[in-house]
Ligand binder design. Structure first.
Ligand SMILES: *Cc1c(COP(=O)(O)O)cnc(C)c1O
Length: 273
């Protein structure tokens, strides 16, 4: 979902702050007809496996001019000075995309528009099928004309008073298996709960859906509630903590068919007490 670009750029320009746009999810989203990633000093796109298109992993940095692109590529290719041997005047990285991955990306470009259209279609279906279900709100696009979301992610919120089957068992057990997206890696924890987590009914719905062979996930835990950032400064009005309690991501990728969407919505309806 495009951010309020005009407002951010106004502040950035006033104080001369360079904006680096994290448009990882935003490929194909537009603001006033212009694609995301092209507003800031730099734009970042992700081609991770779950994004709008994939190169298996990696991404792209959108630069404003050839000079900056050259500088970035220099840093991304080990920052070698022009000698026949390795000489470094700066610390470089090995961050460039391999030609094999880039080749996959070129192939993926041919399905980009179809993927965007699919995500928008799935979003429309969720909006339609959930419209009369009390307690569930599908996150929609602002109705003012400048926004054109790619709907890479379809999300809903679940009102706290909605009761879900099995809710009394939410967070009773420590998860012992790998969690979604962790590539089989397990990092064992000793408590089933933390001081900032989705509501019991959201967790119960996640578990319910998993038993229906549908993976729904929470939205993102706020950075300042991550234990690794404990004690760092935070400026917030608390909105992100509130959304984390009630939010849930719904399946929307290229292989999610119309029939799947109807099944998902039916399962969620069935879960409500
Ligand atoms: C996916 C994502 C990232 C990370 O991208 P990777 O290519 O997986 O490292 C960063 N920011 C946002 C907003 C994302 O959605």
């Amino acid at each position: 979902m495009p951010y309020k670009i005009d407002c951010i750029m106004e502040i950035a320009n006033k104080y001369d702050i360079p904006v680096v746009e994290d448009a990882a999810e935003g490929m194909g989203s537009k603001y006033n007809g212009q694609v995301l990633g092209t507003f800031g000093r730099y734009g970042v796109l992700s081609f991770n496996g779950n994004k709008m298109i994939t190169t298996s992993g990696g991404g792209a940095l959108i630069c404003r001019n050839a000079e900056e692109a050259n500088q970035v590529m220099w840093l991304a290719t080990q920052a070698r000075d022009s000698y026949p041997y390795y000489q470094h005047t700066a610390i470089g990285f090995n961050y460039r995309m391999s030609n094999v991955c880039a080749g996959i990306g070129r192939g993926q470009m041919t399905v980009l528009n179809a993927h965007i259209a699919h995500h928008k279609h799935v979003q429309k279906m969720y909006e339609e099928l959930f419209k009369d279900i009390p307690g569930i709100t599908i996150h929609k696009q602002p109705t003012t004309g400048e926004y054109d979301s790619n709907f890479w992610l379809c999300t809903m919120t679940l009102d706290p008073q909605v009761k879900i089957k099995g809710q009394e068992n939410a967070y009773k057990e420590v998860i012992k298996t790998a969690v979604g997206g962790a590539a089989g890696v397990i990092h064992q924890v000793d408590s089933p709960t933390t001081d900032c987590q989705p509501n019991d009914n959201v967790e119960a719905l996640r578990v319910w859906m998993l038993n229906k062979k549908v993976e729904c996930r929470p939205v993102w835990k706020p950075m300042h509630k991550q234990p690794v950032y404990a004690g760092t400064d935070v400026y917030t009005n608390g909105v992100e903590e509130e959304i984390f309690k009630v939010g849930m991501c719904l399946p929307a990728g290229p292989y999610v068919s119309d029939e799947d969407v109807r099944y998902i919505v039916d399962c969620i309806k069935e879960a409500i007490l």
